[in-house]
Design a protein around this ligand. Sequence first.
Ligand code: FRU
Length: 467
Amino acid sequence: MDNKTLKDNWHIYMEKPSIWHNKFHLEMPFGLVNDPNGLCVYDGKYQIFYQWNPTGCQHLNKHWGYTTTTDFINYSIPQLALAPVDDFDKNGCYSGSARVKNNRLELVYTANLKDENNIRYPRQVLAIKNDDGSFSKKEILVDDVPNGYTAHFRDPYLFKHSNRSFFIIGAQRKNLTGCALIYEEVNNTWQLRGELKTDYKDFGYMWECPNFINIDGHDVLIFCPQGIKPQGHKYNNLYQAGYLIGTFNPDTLEFSHGDFHELDGGFDFYAPQTLAHNGRNILFGWIGMPEKEAEYPSTQEGWIFSLTVPRELHIKNNALHQSPVNELDALCQSAKNFADTTSLDLSTPCKIALDIDLTEHNFWQGVFKIGTDELIVSFDKDTQEFCIDRSRLSLGGQGVRYFTVHAEKNLHLDIFLDTSIMEIYCQSGEKAATACYYAQEKLQQIPFSSNIPANIKISQLNSFKFN
Ligand code: FRU
């Protein structure tokens, strides 16, 4: 696959009949998409890269796919930015990040190399964008794994703190616990400063995709620990994506912080990445989960996984809040209000804004009829628990997820319903939850019913455009 073929055929690929392709989520017409990578602003445009295997629905052959946008609605036709064709990255151009330095777009990624015994040799590599739009791999910035750590050493994320330049990278200690290491750029070289010192000294066997950012004046570490066991309603996905809010001391690498919280209450969310621009922090997550390909029947159509809508991050009451960026409002074609209704027919893509009056009710339940199946969402005022129940879907991942939402008098939900993805935002960003659902055939309508009357506003949404 080359960029000219992609460009010339993009609209043909996109018109291929599909039951499940989404309309306002970034995804590829074929192959496997995973982590968002290299998010930044360059040349007045949001730069969006992502892990992409353009040759099949397996975790192999990882390239960096690439698109740009100024409004999160119109995107450039996706291209390939990095391909695993060099000796040092032949087992994948793994995740990494980007920055603009001296007016040049720089990418730093993990070059994955495995020998015949499957032993990994990860290297951290700098690539740049050339004037003609192509990318060149320039230099190996970190050639080996530091002493004390295993070859699970990947996903550098560039950040600035106190006017100094760092990257944080996921690592595994020799005692098989996960952590993150900090490198600092000093005189144009990258020097290992040491481990980020957190209170989570024994928290999973590997931390993937760390991000270090400042949100509303707080230092925030986002990371993906692997190997955490479920605890009641927490940590029910195979791997977690969560955050710590605190204060970082760049001299001692001490990070004093609160508790770990999951970023998304749903089933299909991992490896998010954020970008900071003009005081805004914007996050994209991967809608998917490693090792769970069997839960995503879109492989039958030759593609798998998507990115979430971009979410703006804020900190309120010491918790991270996420709401779809307001640029997405421009996707709305029309909006209709329904007062005190208990049933409606939905057609995707749409946004459903619900106001549920809880003053006289303790339990709300909404049922989406997916053909002959059902997806059920509910809220219990007594336990303050929101529930997404996919156990009555016959295709794809099933199960139930619960998460806490604070609501006494009124529950406000914004549900972004795409062809096979539902993103639910509770109480204007207090909680976000992502769930894929797969209808058995292409649906014209999704009947929705509520056990108590609710005020509902439905907006039909346009599709993303690629030009
Ligand atoms: C997370 C991850 C990263 C790695 C990439 C490979 O999903 O496993 O740690 O760099 O995916 O595609």
